[in-house]
Design a protein around this ligand. Structure first.
Ligand SMILES: N[C@@H](CCC(=O)N[C@@H](CS)C(=O)NCC(=O)O)C(=O)O
Length: 254
């Protein structure tokens, strides 16, 4: 029935819309779906869906899924989360999913249009959130607790937690006197950056945040949509980060 409806709708739309319009309209007949693990980067996408009130299907898995849910590799060969499907669209980048939702669903109440004066800054924060702020933390996480004890690397952990704190410099100065990153309102750029701060907090690194960054982090994570989505998967989670100084880290492989 749904397939017939989808086909009929596609045919009637094709009469007076472009290919892109048709693709968008038909893909919207099915709910978007997100694969998620507690505390992982998929929280960016889940939080954005919740803020925008976009109906979606959700699959919550234990982390890391490549160990605890092997069949997930058939969905996403990378084995990483998030994995997001919306019609013909398949995505694996958490910060890009927020931007996609703004653009595809025309939710500029959570994003900036290209002609906005702060558009470059907005894009920069979105990309900065993962490439610059989350990346060093993944090395800390991996070499302090995701690897079996004999493969852990204290020097890598030490170097990259300091690297992360040094990469906060731009945020440290930008957020002084600002409530949000761009346009004096909440956008998906705040979701992307606040998630990086949340991951740092889970690793016990928020003790090193400057006061204005800590205040910003608390403001963002006080939002009802964050609180609701952050808790998803907690009860069944097999793993959550152990905080710095990373003593008594459990052996996931034990
Ligand atoms: N750049 C990607 C990275 C995705 C990623 O590496 N996710 C981590 C969780 S935060 C993961 O799934 N790790 C599992 C693994 O490496 O097996 C993004 O921003 O979503």
């Amino acid at each position: 029935m749904a397939a017939v409806l989808k086909k009929l709708c596609a045919i009637s739309l094709r009469a007076n819309t472009s290919y892109e319009d048709t693709k968008l309209s038909t893909s919207n007949l099915a709910k978007p779906k997100l694969w998620h693990c507690y505390t992982s980067r998929s929280l960016r996408a889940l939080w954005a869906l919740e803020e925008m009130g976009i109906d979606h299907d959700l699959e919550v898995m234990p982390f890391p899924p490549r160990m605890f849910q092997r069949d997930y590799l058939e969905v996403n060969a990378l084995g990483t989360v998030p994995y997001f499907v919306d019609g013909d669209t398949h995505m694996t980048e958490s910060s890009a999913i927020g931007l996609y939702l703004v653009e595809r669903y025309q939710r500029y109440d959570f994003g900036l249009k290209a002609d906005h004066a702060e558009y470059g800054d907005y894009l920069n924060w979105l990309f900065h959130s993962d490439a610059t702020l989350t990346f060093p933390q993944t090395l800390v996480l991996r070499y302090s607790q995701l690897e079996p004890p004999e493969r852990r690397q204290p020097q890598v952990v030490e170097d990259y937690y300091k690297w992360f704190l040094a990469r906060l410099k731009r945020l440290n100065s930008h957020i002084v006197g600002r409530e949000f990153l761009c346009d004096e309102r909440f956008t998906v750029a705040d979701i992307a950056v606040a998630y990086a701060l949340y991951l740092g907090d889970g690793l016990g690194l928020s003790q090193f945040y400057e006061p204005q960054v800590l205040d910003y982090f608390k403001r963002m994570t006080a939002r009802p949509a964050f609180k609701k989505t952050e808790a998803i998967g907690k009860d069944t989670s097999l793993f959550s980060p152990t905080p710095y100084p990373f003593e008594n880290v459990p052996n996931l492989f034990g």
